[in-house]
Design a binder for this molecule. Structure first.
Ligand code: ZN
Length: 442
């Protein structure tokens, strides 16, 4: 195995608790697509990895979109005639519809109801609602809370502001040997919600940390951006960087205990699609794969036809496919430290394959070389995987005609990439292969 699979169990469980600890640290912050909660979150990320925080002013045009006014909130509540807070933003930031305009008024329960959101099918959960591009206000609460409110007059206060400011996003670039880039993007605009989306933020930050400590053929660019408008804004200002993206992944909902679920890029057969599928297929564990659709996370923007970047989306349980999605039940108890660590390990395997995938030329293309003479055939007696190693060498020798990469060979042979890579390494040591120049079309 590769990546952190080699780590002893104690280091692995330590990693799991560190990733989970970062989620705990970020959980209380009231995030949105703009504002101080988002900035504060980016500063927490910046404390762990080198991160440039960009501020794009309100009103900036980004293709067909405009950077909105900045939203900030200090307090919000609904109080009864005795002045008791019956809905309180201080208890949970989900209680206020995200991007609510400021309000201060008295209303009857009947009038108030038009602004209240509940989930009758889960009477103890509070829903998460937003109103980014339409001036309105509202509160979210559990059905049980709503049912307990007596008729009467209520005071409604939302101490928010919606003013010219900026949209913040974070960018971390780990330079590699080549200018070809790997893009890893995660949205960071949800308030106190864990799987969607603190799991993506935390795993991306730890992934950046792990990759920073490794030699890199590719340059890695991590984006911590507000959903939709953040990706659109980034793309509108970074068309050059976008043109250098060779492989990419959007990370979201990666902390629950469900099996991995992968959404292919719009191209459908990009190397990132092939590598993720190859590793899932050889993992021996259940997984789901779906084709690209223009609905989901920011792969929608990266895979819009004017860019058509090779960017897939990795989840565990897909958004909308778990009952806790966009509710108060997507909390710290819903994400699992070991699942977070396993996601990180899987991602390191993915990038390990991408880093090591290349083409070779057989230096002995006329009939098979005599492997036994070189100690490569049946010399390694006693190893249960000797047969696989020999088979892998025969495949690598046969297909190393300059037209096939190691990933091509792994796919065609049905053997795992790691076996093919090791075989190529053994053949290279014995001067039976020559590495071909890495092709980088910039
Ligand atoms: Zn979401």
């Amino acid at each position: 195995m590769i990546g952190t699979e080699r780590l002893p169990q104690s280091a692995d469980s330590q990693l799991a608790s560190h990733i989970f600890g970062f989620i705990e640290e970020l959980f209380p912050i009231c995030r949105s697509i703009t504002g101080d909660g988002l900035r504060q979150t980016l500063r927490h990320v910046a404390a762990r990895i080198p991160l440039e925080i960009h501020e794009v002013p309100t009103g900036t045009q980004a293709f067909d979109w405009t950077v909105p006014r900045e939203w900030n909130i200090r307090d919000a509540y609904v109080s009864d005639s005795q002045g008791r807070r019956v809905i309180d933003f201080q208890k949970s930031n989900l209680h206020v519809v995200n991007y609510s305009v400021p309000v201060r008024k008295r209303l009857s329960l009947a009038e108030l109801r038009d602004h209240l959101h509940t989930l009758p099918e889960h009477p103890d959960w509070t829903p998460y609602r937003t109103s980014y591009y339409r001036d309105s206000w509202g509160f979210c609460l559990s059905q049980r809370q709503l049912d307990s409110l007596p008729d009467g007059e209520y005071e409604v206060v939302i101490d928010s502001s919606l003013e010219p400011g900026s949209l913040s996003y974070g960018e971390s670039v780990l330079a590699g040997e080549s200018a070809g880039e790997v893009l890893i993007s995660t949205h960071c605009c949800h308030p106190s919600l864990c799987n969607d989306n603190l799991s993506g933020i935390a795993v991306a930050a730890f992934l950046a940390q792990a990759l920073a400590a490794r030699p890199r053929r590719y340059t890695y660019r991590f984006l911590f951006i507000p959903g939709t408008i953040g990706a659109i804004t980034w793309l509108s200002r970074n068309e050059d960087a976008a043109s250098r993206v060779r492989h990419g992944l959007v990370l979201a909902c990666v902390g629950d205990t469900g099996p991995f679920s992968y959404k292919k890029s719009r191209r459908g057969n990009a190397d990132i699609d092939r590598v993720v599928l190859h590793l899932l297929k050889h993992s021996g564990r259940p997984y789901n794969v779906r084709d690209f659709s223009p609905y989901g996370y920011d792969e929608r923007q990266f895979c819009s036809p004017g860019f058509d970047l090779p960017v897939g989306c990795l989840n565990r349980t897909q958004h909308g496919k778990f009952a806790e999605y966009h509710t108060s039940a997507d909390n710290l108890a819903f994400v699992n430290p070991d699942a977070l660590a396993a996601t990180l390990r899987f991602l390191l395997e993915v990038f390990d394959v991408l880093e090591q995938n290349r083409s070779y030329l057989s230096l002995n293309p006329r009939c098979e070389p005599q492997l036994g003479r070189r100690g490569l055939y049946r010399e390694i007696g006693g190893f249960p995987d000797a047969e696989v190693r020999e088979l892998a060498m025969l495949w690598v020798l046969n297909l190393s005609d300059g037209k096939h990469s190691l990933l091509d060979i792994a796919e065609r042979s049905g053997l795992c990439f790691d076996a093919i890579r090791q075989a190529a390494g053994d053949l290279l040591k014995n001067e039976l292969l020559m590495p071909l120049q890495l092709e980088e079309r910039i």
